[in-house]
Design a protein around this ligand. Structure first.
Ligand code: HEM
Length: 442
């Protein structure tokens, strides 16, 4: 990571030291990129000076060329499968979200009396406004879907284990930031679901003992959702978008320091098992992004109803509570968990905890670097696979329960799903993984 290896980059050094959980400067000492540079970069890289400040390793100074060169030559395990292209898809959709979002912001008005009509005007009168808005709305859905798959990949292959705990933690913070940004964005068009979604969220925050009322007022900017809420959500949406970009850069930088997990469970980064990022993975990632773009276009043009909520095309009406208040599909599992618990406050804890628990995964799983996919956990490959299937099933059932407002049989289903979800992290991971046999392909 030579692009950040500068004498005066002490703050970034500190962050990387902290997230990598190692001593000062050690995060880069054994990186594949660093080792490769030590061997292969000629002394006279055009425009790149050299310094040798970190553990005797040489690193080119800050130049665009050195940056590109380092990332393109970065070595990755050759057996990375299709799930490893999702990171590139996430980056592509993030760029799309930023570009479309910035353009949408030019015509949006964060005022309770004008927000809905400003979005309508954008849809109907601004040239290609409908396209920009569709891209942004569809982008949110695809981003969240890709994010869930990305996390699933990490759980599947144990990518959170040492030495990638810091990488996983940065990822979880990203997940939380993206969720908050998506929620804030959904409030902005000021349709019926925007308004009542903000109302439900405000009441959920209000259920926190002692400080709840204060937090609710800070969140809403008054007693009920209104212009002040819109201003808050707009600022939050805008600023978090750029925070996410910074965090993604940190995420990728830490990945380059720690290297990628091998899906086969192979340990180490022997040169024979590695391929440079370019052209091998640029082509693979490029193909992934093209396939995603085709799928994206198909859904956007032919089945937009799959990911949009009809009620949000009606202007917010504080006097009419919709029969079915429900969030976007990607929040349904957490909404289901919120409703499955009889107390509002504990419901909030359980549903927030379902995301927060991811932060602790690297320390809950005490297994070996061997993977689920390779089925090397003590030879009992069906058990971890079954557990992971249970987790995915629980996530889906909690979402369905949320969709059915946790009524009738869905109440029981929602509760069981919540229990199974937590059992995976707090029961299965810590206890089963202790008995996992270390069996690493050499
Ligand atoms: C804005 C959201 C995110 C973006 C843009 C992003 C981007 C990336 C990229 C480009 C990679 C390398 C390619 C790949 O492995 O797919 C990667 C790897 C990784 N990400 Fe993310 N990521 C995001 C969120 C997350 C989240 C929420 C988590 C987990 C909680 C996470 C955990 C990881 C891990 C563990 C790796 C390394 C995988 C390995 O060992 O090979 N990321 N990410």
């Amino acid at each position: 990571m030579p692009f950040i290896v500068k004498h005066d980059n002490t703050v970034l050094y500190g962050v990387l030291d902290a997230v990598s959980g190692r001593g000062e400067g050690e995060w880069m000492a054994d990186t594949p990129a660093c080792q490769q540079h030590a061997q292969s970069v000629p002394e006279t890289v055009a425009g790149a000076g050299r310094d040798s400040t970190v553990q005797g390793h040489t690193a080119p100074a800050l130049t665009a060329r050195a940056f590109v060169r380092d990332y393109m030559a970065f070595l990755l395990p050759r057996e990375l499968n299709v799930l490893w292209t999702i990171g590139a898809m996430l980056v592509a959709v993030l760029v799309l979200m930023l570009l479309s979002g910035l353009t949408l912001a030019l015509t949006y008005t964060p005022d309770a009396t004008l927000a809905f009509s400003s979005v309508e005007a954008l849809d109907r009168r601004v040239p290609f406004g409908w396209l920009l808005r569709s891209l942004h709305m569809m982008g949110a859905t695809f981003f969240m879907a890709a994010l869930y798959l990305h996390v699933f990949r990490g759980l599947c292959y144990g990518s959170y284990r040492a030495p990638r705990q810091g990488l996983w933690s940065v990822g979880t913070v990203l997940l939380i930031l993206v969720m908050v940004t998506a929620f804030a964005g959904y409030v902005l068009p000021w349709g019926q679901m925007s308004y009542w979604g903000a109302d439900v969220a405000g009441k959920a925050v209000g259920a926190i003992p002692l400080v709840g009322n204060l937090l609710e007022r800070v969140f809403l900017g008054g007693d009920a959702p209104g212009t002040a809420t819109l201003h808050r959500m707009f600022v939050l949406h805008f600023t978090l978008a750029f925070t996410i970009v910074g965090m993604v850069m940190l995420h990728v930088a830490v990945l380059h320091a720690r290297g990628s997990t091998s899906p086969s469970g192979a340990a180490g980064h022997e040169r024979a098992r590695m391929l440079p990022f370019h052209p091998y993975f640029t082509v693979k990632d490029g193909l992934g992004v093209v396939v995603l773009a085709i799928l994206f276009t198909l859904v956007m043009c032919f089945w937009p109803g799959l990911v949009t909520e009809a009620a949000n095309y009606r202007p917010a009406n504080p006097l009419h509570t919709p029969a079915d208040i429900e969030p976007e599909w990607y929040f349904l599992p957490f909404y289901g968990m919120l409703q499955a618990v009889p107390s509002k406050f504990f419901g909030l804890l359980v549903s927030g905890g379902a995301v927060a628990v991811l932060l602790f995964v690297p320390w809950l799983d005490r297994g070996t670097p061997a993977t689920f996919a390779a089925g090397r956990w003590g030879g009992l490959k069906w058990l971890p696979r079954l557990a992971l299937a249970g987790l995915v099933g629980a996530f889906v059932v909690a979402g369905l329960a949320g969709r059915h407002h946790v009524q009738g049989g869905w109440l029981l289903a929602g509760r069981v799903a919540t229990l199974v979800y937590y059992l995976y992290f707090l029961g299965f991971l810590p206890f089963y993984s202790r008995f996992a046999r270390k069996e690493v392909r050499s």
